[in-house]
Design a protein around this ligand. Structure first.
Ligand code: ARG
Length: 274
């Protein structure tokens, strides 16, 4: 069965506020280039057999392109995000409507719980890994895992450049993930080492090029450009690496993975109905 991926055209993408250290209003994104880079990602995903579904972009919501933050999809349910910053909060109702219209049951977290979806919560095998501090709260991950009845491992993020889990951790298949351990506190690192037996470490240079923000489709892994070391390692593990230049989106603090939301379950998720 083809991978189903939700994306959003960057028609209204831009750097209009600063909510992570990558963003600076003085370093604007070039919308034409952004469109070309995004298009290239879409084409590559299509050539790998993925089917892309689109949500209509909305003026005034420049970060809506980062569909990974719409929510956490689990079978026909989606745990809708509650964004930390008010500038992104209006995205939630847009995504909620899209999910309802496409047959998903939308579950909202209790008020006062911050949760940024697949940006901070990723399955690796049976286990849900939850990153917290900058965006999602630790109690949100507990609430979500309780709803889904799945084992949970939480890990605290300590470096503001790696403010979402998907900027420093990328499950490849059950029991195997790419990560940048320095982005986690000591306990988080230990917890992930216990939960994920095969861990591929990226170095600092490639971590800051968003090496961990990669999209997995079967044995294919799409990384941002500039991660040759990770590409070599991925080949040794039996994966086929690809790269796409996503520099315009990196000015907003996101890359390949954040621009996608897997609707049928990530390849690394044990519950995946393939
Ligand atoms: N500018 C966006 C933000 O700061 C980028 C989101 C990137 N998404 C992700 N899943 N890492 O919220």
């Amino acid at each position: 069965m083809a991978a189903r991926i939700l994306m959003c055209r960057p028609d209204h993408f831009g750097i209009e506020y600063e909510i992570n250290p990558w963003m600076s209003r003085r370093r604007a994104a070039d919308r034409r280039r952004a469109m070309q880079q995004w298009q290239r990602l879409v084409e590559l995903l299509g050539s790998l057999g993925a089917s892309i579904e689109l949500i209509e972009p909305v003026a005034g919501l420049p970060d809506m392109v980062f569909t990974a933050n719409a929510g956490l999809v689990y079978k026909d349910r989606v745990l809708l995000s509650r964004f930390r910053y008010d500038v992104r909060q209006p995205e939630a109702e847009q995504f909620a409507r899209w999910f309802r219209e496409h047959g998903f049951q939308v579950v909202e977290l209790p008020e006062g719980h911050y949760f940024e979806g697949a940006g901070d919560a990723l399955f690796c095998g049976e286990t849900l890994i939850g990153g917290y501090l900058f965006r999602s709260d630790v109690r949100s991950h507990h609430w979500v895992a309780e709803q889904l009845g799945c084992p949970l491992v939480v890990a605290e993020l300590i470096n503001p450049y790696f403010y979402h889990l998907d900027t420093c951790f990328c499950p490849l298949r059950p029991g195997c993930a790419v990560w940048y351990p320095e982005a986690f506190d000591r306990y988080g690192r230990l917890a992930i080492e216990q939960a994920v037996p095969e861990l591929i470490e990226v170095n600092q240079e490639e971590a800051y090029r968003f090496a961990c923000n990669s999209v997995v489709v079967g044995e294919h892994v799409i990384t941002p450009t500039g991660c040759p070391r990770l590409h070599r390692t991925l080949r040794l593990y039996g994966f086929e690496p690809h790269e796409v230049e996503l520099t315009e989106f990196q000015k907003a603090g996101g890359s390949a993975k954040c621009l996608t939301l897997r609707l049928d379950g990530e390849d690394a998720a044990a519950w995946r109905t393939a």
